[in-house]
Design a protein around this ligand. Structure first.
Ligand code: GLA
Length: 725
């Protein structure tokens, strides 16, 4: 809902529990005067008037004491008296770089428009949008700030449109999707960082004067940082405190900044990374930024997660699977790697079917002449020799065992040793005259080139039309180096990284529209592209290539800060674990993998009868609880400072059933086990846990009894059910 105050100079953007307030100054500058807990107000202009004036910094427009640098702005530009980090940098044909935006107009309407060629969150009831139009009168450029309020979801989205109304080209050097200035600096920054195999560890650090920067220059959102940044109250924890966050619906290079200035104000911004980026905006054309999602929580990180999860499940993920429970899968990667034949695959599938698994995923190595990483990416024809006949034949036999069939592809890549590369050496990302770098023996296709996009669409739709495929794992296993495109003009070379992502979105748009029944899972060497842009098209992500249950605890906990459990691929794998050599029990591996979308990725034919029985039981149990896990609400029960104990709970949609899990990393000698206090129950209602019946208040204030850990990596799980009494 958007309310207009102060003679239509103040825009009060409201969702159920949050307000974001923008105000237009008499000079035409647009300020952000408030973001936080929902306000009741009839006039807010005084917030700006009350700001104390600092010495030394410049006045603006010759107005005494009008100090732009001190004002909380919505779109600060380069070239005026605010010398903090700008949100917009344009270069004009005359070589000048000053942009002076002033308010021109606004528009409020119900609903929200799709951003051209980019994932846009449009579904969901009760959406209202306000567009605020700004103009640089001299250069004839307009900038539109678009905010949409998703009332019931407590979510606000923002994007920005730059339009060139002049007669000459304008170069966009930087444009963020969101810039919000805060009038204080007593915050911690919270973000998700890591590396391959160690993705999305939640970090919290105090802010101080200077700039805190997160980014990716890797051509993908990346394993290193997630396009997510939050400012949190110093005291914020899982259940209390204010948190202000941005998450960008984008899968490429991004930059997020939290900058504290000389006067303890904080500028928070997020957008496409200006690094190695410049966009030629020709006359009469517009540039659309990806959108950011702005979520505020006044009750700590658990509430923040709950808002994101519901919003992403119900509004972002457009797949027909978004809200359907997902199949339990077996993936052959860690079971066989490249070393498989039909016999091996069928015996794995048979064991899987015996265990109640529902989907068989054939990973890398089924196409061209690929038996290691050196060849055949790009040649998406089944290897009949390896598959012991046609792919259709294999799928049929697996189908006869009662399993659906899924397939791995890595469409954005090409091996130098491939028919595709031999036919189109100019289709890769490279700079003519230089030898492009190989990574994992592969090059990246130039997805900015429509011929490449069309090739991928044709190849993959032929495959999906021909074969009975229920699931696709879409992988992307290297970062982009040698940034150069033989398709793009000289002046457009710095557009490549963004055009690559637009090309990828185009391919995904067509394929996911054409094959709505296929369940797509995205992967980039694990979580190297775990972002809302990918989730828009593919409602699952392979969380990490690290499948060790203990390593997965901080990874999944971090991921769950923003992304819904239904989107997290979590597999039980073999011990000793292939990444870290750790040995954990089948029980603990199951408990951890049931935090998201359960799968198995080990050679089931090598399990003992006992272990197989455990797997069978796990699958039965997971099927009983998966609706609660996948569609319910997650509440983390331990704080991130406690890295030895992880506990979490899922509450079913109707709040009648709860799955509670606990893992202790290391056992400690001579300790007395404590109790685990639950959350999210009805204090007065009765619940059954095992044989015992307790009230919600008992479970929340006294808690469940924890076992004494007699070994490392021990886990426990409970099912708590509401009963009538
Ligand atoms: C990546 C993926 C793995 C597996 C391999 C296959 O590393 O993350 O799960 O699919 O590629 O080459």
């Amino acid at each position: 809902m958007v309310e207009l105050l102060d003679n239509q100079r103040t825009f009060h953007i409201q969702v159920k529990h949050t307000s974001l307030v923008l105000h237009v100054l008499p000079t035409g500058h647009v300020t952000v005067i408030y973001w936080g807990k929902r306000l009741e107000s009839k006039s807010l202009a005084y917030v700006i008037q009350d700001i104390g004036r600092a010495s030394y910094i410049s006045d603006t427009d010759g107005i005494k004491d009008f100090k732009l640098e001190q004002l909380p702005q919505a779109m600060p530009t380069h070239g005026n008296s605010d010398l903090r980090t700008p949100a917009l940098v344009l270069e004009y044909a005359d070589g000048s770089r000053i942009t002076n935006l002033r308010y021109k107009d606004f528009k409020v309407y119900s609903g929200k428009e799709r951003l051209p060629g980019m994932p846009t969150i449009t579904s969901g009831e009760e959406v209202e949008t306000v567009e605020i139009l700004l103009e640089d009168y001299l250069q004839q450029v307009t900038v539109k700030l678009i905010f949409s309020a998703f009332y019931e979801y407590n979510a606000i989205t923002q994007s920005v449109v730059v339009t060139n109304l002049s007669k000459s080209n304008v170069t966009i050097e930087k444009v963020v999707s969101s810039n919000i200035d805060f009038l204080d600096a007593a915050y911690d920054v919270c973000y998700l960082s890591g590396a391959w195999g160690r993705e999305t560890h939640r970090q919290v650090r105090p802010l101080s004067q200077g700039a805190f920067l997160l980014d990716s220059k890797r051509g993908a959102s990346g394993h290193g940082q997630n396009p997510f940044l939050a400012l949190a109250d110093k005291q914020a924890n899982e259940n209390s405190g204010s948190i202000y966050s941005m998450n960008m619906v984008y899968s490429g290079n991004f930059q997020a900044i939290a900058e504290v200035d000389m006067h303890q104000n904080t500028r928070m911004q997020m957008g496409i990374n200006p690094f190695d980026f410049a966009w030629q905006l020709v006359p009469q054309e517009s540039f659309y930024t990806p959108e950011t999602v702005l979520i505020y929580s006044d009750q700590g990180y658990n509430q923040l997660s709950a808002i994101y999860h519901r919003f992403y499940r119900e509004c972002l993920m457009k797949s027909s699977h978004a809200e359907k429970v997902r199949p339990v899968l077996i993936n052959n990667w860690e079971a066989t790697y490249f070393d498989f034949d039909k016999r091996k695959l069928l015996s794995l599938a048979k064991e899987a079917a015996d265990c109640g698994i529902e989907l068989f995923v054939l990973d890398d190595g089924w196409f061209g002449k690929r038996s290691d990483t050196t060849t055949s990416l790009g040649d998406w024809q089944p290897n009949h020799q390896k598959l012991g006949g046609s792919l259709s034949g294999l799928i049929e036999e697996i189908g006869q065992l009662g399993l659906q069939f899924g397939l791995w592809v890595e469409p954005e890549m090409v091996s130098p040793d491939s028919e595709l590369y031999r036919a189109h050496p100019d289709w890769i990302i490279q700079v003519a005259g230089r030898d492009p770098q190989l990574a994992r023996h592969q090059y990246v296709l130039d997805l900015a080139n429509p011929a490449v996009q069309n090739y991928l669409i044709t190849e993959l739709s032929t495959l999906l039309e021909k074969e009975n495929i229920a699931y696709i794992k879409w992988d992307m296993n290297r970062n982009i180096t040698d940034s150069g495109s033989s398709y793009l003009a000289v002046a457009q070379q710095k557009e490549l990284s963004h055009r690559y992502i637009l090309g990828l979105y185009h391919v995904l748009e067509i394929l996911t529209e054409q094959f709505p029944e296929v369940l797509f899972e995205s992967c980039a060497g694990g979580g190297g592209r775990y972002d809302p842009g990918m989730l828009y098209y593919m409602p699952q992500t392979w969380t990490s290539d690290d499948t060790d249950a203990i390593e997965r605890l901080p990874i999944q906990s971090g991921t769950s800060l923003i992304y819904p459990p239904i989107s997290m691929g979590c597999h039980v794998s073999a011990v000793p674990n292939h990444q870290v050599g750790r040995i954990t029990s089948m029980d603990t591996r199951g408990i951890v993998a049931m935090q998201g979308n359960l799968g198995y990725e080990l050679d089931l034919t090598q399990l003992s009868t006992e272990e197989k029985l455990l797997v069978k039981e796990q699958v039965v149990q997971y099927k009983e609880i998966r609706e609660i896990v996948q569609l319910g609400q997650l509440i983390r029960l331990t704080e991130i400072e406690n890295q030895n104990q992880y506990a979490w709970l899922y509450r079913s949609k109707d709040a009648t059933a709860f799955v509670v899990s606990f893992v202790q990393v290391l056992a400690r000698a001579n300790t007395v086990p404590k109790r685990l206090k639950l959350a999210g129950l009805d204090a007065k209602a009765y619940y059954q846990v095992g044989e015992r019946i307790c009230t919600g208040s008992e479970l929340m204030s006294i808690g469940l009894k924890l076992d004494k850990p007699i070994e490392d990596y021990a886990g426990q799980r409970w099912l708590v059910k509401k009963i009538e009494k």
